[in-house]
Design a binder for this molecule. Structure first.
Ligand SMILES: NC(=O)c1ccc[n+]([C@@H]2O[C@H](COP(=O)([O-])OP(=O)(O)OC[C@H]3O[C@@H](n4cnc5c(N)ncnc54)[C@H](O)[C@@H]3O)[C@@H](O)[C@H]2O)c1
Length: 375
């Protein structure tokens, strides 16, 4: 922000140009509503950067996804990661298409990028905004403000396992969770650092299941306790995942930062999405915090084949995801501009899509936010 402010005002045009910040973004709209919501995310990003004037984005589109798989037998090109490496960030809509098994779309595109680029943090804010209806009675925005940090490259989604004796009576499947000290430690540390930054209750809750998972989750608990010792100012708490799914409904206001494994985080953040008004609001980021590789920003929702192509998709999760990308790129002014216009639209239900009780089409929501940006 300071850098931006410094160059606004009486600076010669040539100097301004010199200070123009440029970002190359790889865009993977994917399938179904992924394509529709991506259009709105890019529309708003273009509009806001045009208004601000000192930051520019260039976009390269990658047609990877399930339809690409049906044509080519691949979810992404073989040299996909090499090609993506040169970008400042990746924006992804959603993948999934009837006829393509979900484990292929997830593993051959999303997990390939998350794991290949060491995006070990999945960052998901669950925040109820003003004017948004919460399905829980008597809960207000001050009660629902949780940051989920989900381990993102190993755990239950490590892909370790196999199927033996396929087609025989003795057929069996094994899927092994993988928790390494290095990765578990850095995920926990990230969660503690975020709790410090947020300064809400200075509290981190770990999601576990160490009563039943006597190796992986006992290890998880041990690392949590070890890392916690380095943050004496942060309160620590642990919930078994079953209890957490109850407490998040009963008393969401008691949570600040929550850290969970890949599977537990995946499940609880859909519950979280419901607390904040639905999947249409749930934004997410796959982060490589060291910025050695590009990070990938994608809404939590899928390709929603039931509403795809009808203009019914709520683009707000995608737009919030763009805000997360701008925060990560430290383009704070642009991020604040977009988020402030985003919040304004919530006051008028008619301007929202049907899932939020409105009557607007996906592209109209984007247009309304652009209008607010111009004002
Ligand atoms: N990150 C991803 O790309 C991702 C995530 C989840 C699911 N998927 C895939 O998406 C496909 C559909 O999965 P699903 O039905 O379980 O989950 P989904 O998120 O696509 O849809 C769940 C429900 O929420 C609604 N919904 C989702 N996003 C919405 C939006 N922006 N606006 C309005 N309504 C919205 C849908 O209409 C549907 O009724 C599957 O192929 C699945 O594998 C992909």
């Amino acid at each position: 922000m300071i850098i931006i402010d410094k160059y606004i005002g009486a600076v010669p045009a040539s100097k301004e140009k010199e200070k123009m910040r440029e970002y190359k973004i790889a865009v993977i709209p994917g399938d179904g509503i992924g394509i529709e919501v991506m259009n709105e995310g890019l529309k708003i990003l273009n509009k806001a950067s045009e208004i601000l004037g000192d930051v520019k984005f260039s976009f390269d589109n990658f047609e990877w996804g399930c339809e690409y798989y049906l044509k080519t037998g691949r979810m992404m090109d073989e040299d996909g990661l090499d090609r993506l490496k040169k970008y400042d960030a990746i924006l992804l809509g959603a993948v999934g298409f009837p006829g393509v098994p979900d484990h292929i779309s997830l593993r051959d595109l999303l997990l390939k990028i998350r794991q290949g680029f060491d995006q070990y943090i999945n960052y998901r804010p669950v925040k109820l905004l003003e004017h948004v209806e919460c399905p829980l009675k008597n809960k207000e925005p001050k009660d629902i403000d949780i940051l989920f940090i989900r381990e993102n490259i190993e755990g239950e989604y490590a892909g370790a396992g196999g199927i033996l004796n396929e087609g025989h009576e003795s057929e069996m499947a094994v899927q092994t969770s993988v928790f390494t000290r290095k990765n578990t430690d850095r995920v926990m540390r990230f969660a503690f650092e975020e709790a410090k930054k947020r300064n809400k209750f200075n509290k981190v809750t770990s999601i576990t299941k160490s009563n039943a998972l006597n190796y992986s989750m006992v290890f998880w608990d041990k690392i949590f306790a070890e890392v916690g010792k380095d943050y004496p100012e942060i309160e620590t708490n642990a919930n078994h995942v079953d209890a957490a799914s109850m407490f998040l409904i009963q008393k969401p206001e008691t949570y600040d930062v929550v850290v969970g494994s890949n599977l537990f985080g995946d499940i609880l953040t859909d519950l979280g999405a419901t607390l904040q008004g639905g999947l249409g609001f749930a934004a997410g980021a796959n982060l490589n915090p060291e910025k050695k590789y590009p990070s990938m920003f994608e809404p939590v929702h899928g390709s929603a084949p039931d509403i795809a192509g009808k203009g019914l998709a709520n683009p707000l999760a995608m737009i919030w995801t763009v805000v997360l990308m701008l925060d990560f790129l430290e383009e704070n002014k642009l991020s604040e501009m977009i988020f402030s216009a985003f919040k304004k639209i919530l006051k008028d239900k008619t301007k929202l899509t049907a899932d939020l009780g409105g009557s607007s089409k996906t592209h109209e929501v984007g247009d309304y936010i652009c209008d607010y940006l111009e004002k």
